[in-house]
Design a protein around this ligand. Structure first.
Ligand SMILES: [Zn+2]
Length: 164
């Protein structure tokens, strides 16, 4: 199926993955094992990425997160806005960064790519859909507010909106 023939709908993001139903970075089966990321040192073994010493025979590759960062193609977007969020910006970002640090320690592919702030809205991009979702649910759990999640085709892209 070719997405290019479908009309663009607000909330969809064909501009990010034109014509792709599947996550272009999900090609886990194609990765050799064991493998080590030549950029960040994450090790791919047993179907998982972990922070560990690479086995001697590990093949040098670029991991999913480093590829997304190099390509500038996030898997997740977290939009944060609202009066409370603006007034408590530092506190909110502390929760976000704390969550990322814990997630990344256990799941090397879960990283924040960028943080854009314009004084009223903060947009965080992530290398992983789960991290974006979990940042949203963590903010809602800690501060209440309103949380919306919109998934793109194949659930390979998520747009999270937390407002308070
Ligand atoms: Zn890497």
């Amino acid at each position: 199926m070719n997405d290019r023939t479908r009309p663009f709908k607000p909330g969809e993001h064909f501009d990010v993955y034109p014509g792709l139903e599947q996550d272009p970075y999900a090609a886990r089966g194609k990765l050799p094992e064991p493998a080590v990321c030549k950029n960040c040192g994450a090790v791919h073994q047993g179907g998982h990425w972990r922070w560990q010493a690479p086995p001697k025979e590990a093949e040098q590759v670029l991991c999913t997160a480093c590829r997304r960062i190099a390509d500038g193609l996030p898997a997740g977007y977290v939009h944060i806005d609202g009066e409370f969020a603006t007034a408590h910006h530092d506190e909110v970002m502390q929760i976000v960064r704390g969550h990322e640090a814990r997630a990344k320690a256990e799941h090397p592919m879960q990283r924040i790519m960028s943080v854009d702030e314009d004084g009223t809205t903060t947009v965080i991009t992530t290398t992983d859909v789960h991290l974006a979702r979990d940042i949203g649910t963590t903010l809602k759990a800690d501060f209440q507010g309103k949380l919306e999640l919109k998934y793109g085709p194949g659930e390979s892209l998520v747009r999270v909106h937390w407002r308070r």
